[in-house]
Design a protein around this ligand. Structure first.
Ligand SMILES: Cc1cc2nc3c(=O)[nH]c(=O)nc-3n(C[C@H](O)[C@H](O)[C@H](O)COP(=O)(O)OP(=O)(O)OC[C@H]3O[C@@H](n4cnc5c(N)ncnc54)[C@H](O)[C@@H]3O)c2cc1C
Length: 392
């Protein structure tokens, strides 16, 4: 019997597999797709902090950026600039492969084309039912980690509930003209309640995409045709990709002999939908808890509960404030959004924000609370009670 089954060979599952195999555990990764890094749908923007913390390597970085242009609904762009690198655009398909290579080098095994249909935690083992070549087969291990991305059906089967809220991400790879920095587009016509982007990945190629609760395909078509008519992009290079993104965590992320990590657990920034860094941070916490629980041979729910306690301690407030800000933002009309940008530019709020050491690509909570408390903005935001004290 294996020590650990990791279900899902995305970046979070493979990171976890590499760390667990690295401490001598017998790890098998079960991936439903025939190839790793296939059909990824992700802009691949992460912070330098994420790149460094997990030693992801400069080889993955396609571009670095310290600026962006935001287009509010009025279309009048606002430039954002900070001295240091804010974001690294990485080759996201390559990330999956690099993470899997690391896991294999550490001794983890992979079974591709192995969709897990069910898991059953038992007294002394957990059983995963996979389907290969039309045949069902059972695999057993001491513990299973669900890292299936947005697909949280297995977590639901393990009695852990569903993510509380989600959005659909839609993206196409496109030819681009001279676009020197990331562009972000806001407004009800473009991406109601969310945002759209154009991310240059090389001098001639980029990613155009958006988040939308409904009809993502229609909004994406509209975005592509608008960018084309402005001469910013040429043809789409392939069929667009679509994927769900959880905006709130699962009700519970542990059970007897089971943990859930990454997008499957909803460890995602609700402001932007970015999940790579938070997923990796939570995976590292899972590694520590699993190591201990396996050493002590105690994989009961109460032994694994510390995982959730620990990741919520690290990420919970960020996720809470981020989701609150997201709901506030979703209520704003285009006129209100335009007015907020006007006031924020005229009153130096944006400048102050960019200088605020508490604002970083990943950690938004404190800066969000500081902005919504600005007197100049209170009348527009209408004062929703700020439900958080923040002291990370
Ligand atoms: C359009 C879009 C843009 C994004 N841009 C960014 C960004 O710029 N920065 C950022 O940080 N995040 C971004 N994200 C989010 C990011 O892609 C996710 O947070 C990240 O992929 C999470 O990794 P994961 O390993 O948890 O899940 P995934 O990458 O989804 O991997 C899960 C794996 O599990 C496999 N699997 C699923 N079910 C089963 C099963 N039953 N059995 C076996 N295998 C299974 C899947 O095939 C997949 O390989 C974006 C998302 C979208 C949709």
């Amino acid at each position: 019997m294996r020590d650990v089954l990791v279900i899902g060979g995305g970046p979070i599952g493979s990171y976890l597999a590499s760390r667990l195999a690295g401490i001598g555990l017998d790890v098998l990764v079960l991936e439903k797709r025939a190839g790793l890094g296939n059909k990824v749908c992700c802009a691949g923007i992460i912070s330098q902090e994420c790149l460094d913390s997990f030693a992801l390597g400069n080889g993955l970085v396609l571009r670095r950026g310290n600026s962006a242009r935001v287009f509010p609904p009025s279309g009048r762009p606002v430039g954002l600039w900070r001295e240091k690198t804010q974001a690294c655009i990485i080759d996201r398909a390559a990330l999956d492969l690099v993470m899997a290579d690391r896991a294999r080098a550490a001794g983890a095994d992979y079974a591709l084309s192995s969709p897990v249909k069910d898991i059953q935690p038992g007294e002394d083992r957990v059983t995963a039912e996979i389907e290969t070549g039309g045949r069902r087969q059972n695999l057993e291990a001491r513990v299973a980690v669900i890292a299936t991305g947005f697909d949280s059906r297995l977590a639901e089967r393990a009695g852990l509930g569903k993510p509380g809220d989600f959005v659909i991400g839609a993206q196409a790879e496109v030819e681009i003209g001279d676009i020197p920095e990331v562009e972000v587009y806001l407004g009800r016509e473009t991406a109601p309640g969310f945002f759209a982007w154009l991310v240059p990945t090389s001098p001639s190629r980029g990613l155009a995409g958006l988040l939308a609760r409904r009809k993502p395909g229609i909004y994406l078509e509209r975005l592509l045709s608008s960018l084309r008519s402005q001469g910013k992009i040429g043809l789409a290079e392939a069929e667009p990709g679509y994927r769900g993104i959880s905006l709130r965590p699962l009700e519970r992320t542990y059970a007897r002999r089971v943990l859930v990590v990454g997008d499957a657990a909803g460890q995602v920034k609700p402001t932007t939908g970015g999940g790579i860094y938070f997923g990796l941070l939570a995976a590292e916490i899972a590694v520590q808890k699993l190591k201990r629980a396996l050493e002590q041979d105690d994989l009961s729910a109460s032994s694994l509960a510390g995982y959730e306690k620990e990741w919520k301690k690290r990420l919970g407030k960020e996720l809470g404030v981020g989701y609150w800000a997201r709901k506030l933002y979703e209520r704003l009309s285009d006129r209100q959004l335009d007015r907020i940008f006007e006031i924020a530019v005229d009153n130096g709020i944006i400048e102050a924000l960019l200088e605020d050491k508490d604002l970083s690509f990943d950690w938004h909570g404190k800066a969000i609370l500081r902005v919504v408390r600005q007197k100049a903005l209170v009348s527009i935001l209408g004062m929703m009670k700020v439900p958080f004290q923040f002291g990370r």
